[in-house]
Design a protein around this ligand. Structure first.
Ligand SMILES: Cc1cc2nc3c(=O)[nH]c(=O)nc-3n(C[C@H](O)[C@H](O)[C@H](O)COP(=O)(O)OP(=O)(O)OC[C@H]3O[C@@H](n4cnc5c(N)ncnc54)[C@H](O)[C@@H]3O)c2cc1C
Length: 460
């Protein structure tokens, strides 16, 4: 490893190679709070440095783990087998905002919120908006195909990636897609790479689709005395002829934790709230908000309140974004799932989740992107309590089984990483798994790029 560190230093310079124990410790974590220690951390500044690092890792047979901001919730960036963590956050320039072609060209380390701000300055809009947008990077978003609250109307990261520059697992710089709206030449490598969790290439540049910024927005909060009725409202709203930009759900415990933690003024006696936002032209949003409010009342909401000022809207979203930090005030270990079902099955998955919570006697809270069928059942526990953790493990497996039995998926947006790899067989048969593995093996014959992710760990 000493020789490798010397060669890495030659590639990126001394101050971009980190070897101090405390630095290795920090880069061994992500938001799952699992920890593995890498041998070295390296921070390239351009594509050629990335390519040289990948070639070196191949030559030496050393595992290499791409990393953005480390906000991942499935362990995607963790150095599970030691080796080199390659951090892309120094490649953080927005290279171009092209108003005529409605696109942006960015480096992978751009923080998502910075792209939002840059697009908005030009009257444009980059819709993917994970709740971590103030910290996470575009590279991490593309690698995970991140979603967020705006998925209902606007889709997910995949729908905005037009082209990519990557360094392949064997160190070649190559391009997929581009700046045209239409492109059917050859295999769609862009789609293959989006959501590949850093296992098929390291993203060094991305061309992203922008859209005109919506002129007006209305934010509603529908308050329920029954969580199931909130779930049923989701289905009714989606058949009402209105497609809201966001449709988020929070259950009672989530509301209470967030209120205590953030001081935001949410109805603490409610069993659930829906946060619904409609956007578009002024005349249309007023009408759409009225329709959504009526549907919610008819479906059992005890009241529907509309944010009257930008401050009130900001308070509602501040509350939504505070959930993760608020929940760990109950107990220190937070297991965040994102099993996803077809939208029409939201009421059924809520019933199943409540059953799992009661069966295992665990702190299971429900919140998330209900409009996408993408709930975030979060289990709050204490990893120092082995008996509780046993119940938690059993509950997690049942959550996955429940989602798949309803025609859903293990992960709507957080990725498989290491945490869900042992459960892939619940969703896929041997042929599908073999097909995926053969793609990985063909592109990364030495298995050096982000090993142990998506597929269960095996030897290099
Ligand atoms: C409080 C909180 C809220 C969240 N809310 C949401 C949400 O609403 N929606 C959502 O989808 N996710 C959410 N997440 C999860 C997380 O923020 C996303 O998965 C995000 O896309 C990760 O970006 P990152 O830069 O932190 O990537 P990292 O965590 O560093 O890495 C994630 C994956 O991407 C790979 N990767 C990173 N950069 C590159 C690159 N340049 N090339 C190739 N592979 C790369 C890594 O190897 C890893 O597999 C949330 C997380 C937290 C902590």
């Amino acid at each position: 490893m000493r020789q490798v560190i010397k060669q890495l230093t030659e590639i990126v310079g001394k101050n971009k190679v980190l070897t101090a124990p405390e630095e290795l410790f920090c880069y061994g974590y992500d938001a799952t709070f699992r920890n593995f220690t890498p041998d070295v951390v390296v921070k390239p500044r351009d594509r050629n440095q990335v390519a040289a690092i990948v070639k070196l890792a191949n030559e030496k047979g050393i595992p290499l783990y791409p990393r953005g901001a480390g906000t991942g919730l499935s362990g995607g960036s963790l150095p599970v087998r030691g080796g080199i963590v390659i951090v892309l956050t120094d490649m953080n320039r927005i290279l171009e905002i092209d108003r005529e072609n409605l696109l942006a060209v960015v480096q992978p380390g751009v923080v998502t919120a910075h792209l939002h701000q840059a697009a908005e300055k030009e009257g444009l809009f980059y819709p993917p908006d994970p709740a971590s947008s103030d910290a996470c990077t575009i590279g991490g978003n593309i690698a995970e195909c991140a979603g967020g609250p705006r998925g209902f109307k606007y889709g997910v990261t995949r729908d905005y990636v037009m082209g990519l520059e990557i360094v392949s697992p064997t160190g070649e710089i190559l391009h997929a897609g581009g700046k045209t709206v239409k492109n059917v030449s050859g295999y769609d490598l862009t789609r293959l790479l989006v959501g590949s969790e850093g296992t098929l290439g390291i993203i060094t540049e991305a061309t992203l689709r922008l859209i005109p910024r919506p002129r007006a927005v209305r934010t509603l909060m529908a308050v329920y005395d029954d969580l199931l009725k909130a779930g049923e409202s989701v289905v009714k709203i989606s058949t009402s002829g209105v497609i809201p930009a966001t449709l988020e759900i929070m259950d009672r415990l989530t509301i209470q934790c967030v209120t205590r933690y953030s001081g935001c003024n949410l109805p603490q006696d409610a069993e659930a709230i829906l946060i619904i936002e409609v956007d578009g032209m002024e005349s249309a949003v007023a009408q759409e908000a009225d329709i959504v409010a009526r549907v919610c009342r008819e479906a059992g909401a005890r009241e529907v309140v509309a944010a009257q000022t930008p401050d009130e809207r900001e308070m509602i979203w501040r509350a939504r974004k505070a959930i993760s930090a608020a929940l760990v005030q109950i107990k220190p270990t937070k297991i965040s799932e994102d099993a996803t079902v077809p939208r029409s099955k939201v009421p059924e998955i809520i019933i199943k989740l409540q059953g799992i919570r009661d069966k295992y006697g665990i702190n299971l809270v429900i919140f998330g992107h209900a409009g996408d069928g993408n709930l975030h059942p979060n289990i709050i526990a204490d990893e120092n309590d082995p008996e509780e953790m046993q119940r938690v493990e059993a509950a997690i497996e049942e959550i996955f089984q429940a989602a798949v039995s309803l025609g859903g998926t293990l992960s709507g947006e957080h990725g498989i990483g290491i945490l869900k790899a042992p459960f892939m067989h619940l969703e896929f048969g041997p042929h599908e798994l073999d097909f995926m593995r053969r793609i990985k093996d063909a592109l990364d014959p030495k298995g050096i790029l982000n090993p142990g992710k998506i597929f269960q760990e095996r030897k290099v």
